[in-house]
Design a protein around this ligand. Structure first.
Ligand code: ACO
Length: 405
């Protein structure tokens, strides 16, 4: 690792690295990925252990504070989060200004940004207490906002949080309960959703996290910085991939399903087609994404619980994966399923509409974004992010009068 600042200092030299393929923009103690081994650790703990031995709020505590909580700390943290699950009543009026057919991510980007207008009593970034309260508020209110965005788009009344339920059970109730009907929590499905949240909680310096850091480096408030992360996550090359992946599987199913897999793969391999196998490939993982394995297991558990073992999209996804893993195009480029490959099928089975998949991802990633933002602000070396450029335009030239242009 070369510290370019020490090497070049103020000599005017800089590196050219579009897409940050080999440039580290910060130091971090939060998440470690070994892309060749397919290893993912939050604060040193393997994702496989966290996903099977901890719940999402314990994982949040770990990501924020660096250590897993003991029982007293866990209870205290859960109490603090649940105390903040309600959102300001007036946010409803803001939400009602959106068209009902708006994409939930458009609504969510707006709602999270608007939090800075509703919670400006915790926006002093130099005050550690403000930073902590903002973190708790964001983690606590995201499920409420995502569920509100959903209920609004389907024309149903909002369901207020119930703080006697777990984080994930409360979210499912806010999403799916309807007036005058009792909502029964299915623990297998709640556990699956909780696992989705754990798997998406942080992933070091991905595009949206880097966006949050860059945006936050100007000293803006946490809600504005996280809203920038939500906006970045929306793109199909990032958090929008699970939505794009499910759309791809549904289209392929409509065209003939497993029988058409070979033809579709030829299209994917044709560089001029512009078609990619969504949910495959990763900038860092050049081996299996460990989250994809856990997601595939979760997918099987959820489908079995719901009696959907023969789900045609799951079969189609497995058929595509099998072909891809044996095809030289994918093998030579080290393209393996990423976390998004199976998460869409799980979420669809849980009853979550496709357009909300990225919203679920945003909800889960909020803890990672806020922990990374906080880590950046706590670093004595932190500076405003200001990438350089390789200028390829005109040299200086004179403005001609309009008649001569
Ligand atoms: N299908 C077909 N070919 C692919 C795919 C894919 N899914 N992904 C990469 N390739 C090919 C590229 O065409 C390129 O081929 P070439 O070397 O012959 O030109 C090669 O593999 C390398 O791909 P890049 O796009 O250069 O890799 P990069 O690291 O920039 O992109 C990315 C990674 C964006 C994830 C890419 O693999 C992709 O578009 N995947 C599909 C979208 C997706 O699943 N995104 C989710 C990422 S995980 C997350 O955000 C949670």
């Amino acid at each position: 690792v070369i510290d370019i600042r020490k090497l070049y200092g103020s000599t005017g030299k800089f590196t050219y690295d579009p897409g940050f393929l080999s440039t580290a923009a910060c130091q971090s103690k939060i998440t470690y990925i070994d892309g060749d081994k397919g290893e993912l650790l939050y604060r040193g703990y393997p994702i496989e252990q966290l996903a099977t031995k901890c719940d999402f709020l314990e994982t949040c505590y770990l990501i924020l504070n660096g250590e897993l909580p003991n029982e007293t700390q866990r209870k205290d943290f859960v109490g603090r989060v649940t105390q903040h699950t309600m959102v300001h009543e007036q946010m409803q009026f803001f939400l009602r200004g959106f068209r009902r057919d708006a994409h939930p991510m458009a609504i969510l980007t707006g709602l999270v940004g608007a939090m800075s207008a509703f919670y400006h009593d915790s926006t002093d970034i130099n005050n550690p207490t403000h930073r902590e309260i903002s973190a708790i508020r964001l983690i606590a209110k995201m499920p409420t906002l995502v569920a509100m965005a959903y209920k609004y788009t389907i024309g149903q009344p909002f369901v207020y949080p119930r703080n006697d339920l777990s984080y994930s059970a409360n979210f499912m109730r806010m999403m799916f309960a309807v007036p005058a009907e009792e909502y029964k929590v299915n623990e297998v499905l709640v556990r699956a959703l909780d696992r989705i949240f754990i798997l998406h909680a942080d992933h070091e310096q991905n595009a949206s996290t880097s966006t949050v850091r860059l945006c936050g480096s100007s000293g803006t408030n946490p809600f504005a910085a996280i809203a920038a992360g939500v906006a970045c996550l929306w793109g199909p090359a990032h958090g929008g991939a699970n939505e794009a992946c499910l759309n791809m599987l549904e289209d392929l199913q409509a065209q003939g399903g497993v029988a058409k897999v070979g033809e579709f793969m030829e299209q994917v391999k044709d560089k001029n087609s512009g078609v990619r196998l969504m949910g495959f490939g990763h900038r860092v993982y050049k081996n299996f994404d460990p989250r994809a394995k856990l997601m595939q297991e979760t997918c099987k558990e959820v489908l079995a619980e719901l009696g959907l073992e023969n789900d045609p999209l799951f079969k189609l996804a497995m058929a595509l994966e099998k072909i891809a893993l044996e095809d030289d195009y994918f093998v030579s480029r080290k393209l393996y399923p990423n976390v998004d490959y199976y998460s869409g099928i799980v979420q669809r089975a849980l009853g979550i509409p496709t357009a909300l998949f990225t919203g679920i991802f945003a909800l889960a990633r909020t803890v990672g974004w806020i922990a990374q933002w906080n880590e950046m602000l706590s670093d004595p070396e932190y500076k405003i992010g200001r990438p350089r450029q390789l200028f390829s335009g005109y040299a200086a030239r004179d403005v001609k009068p309009i008649a001569q242009r």
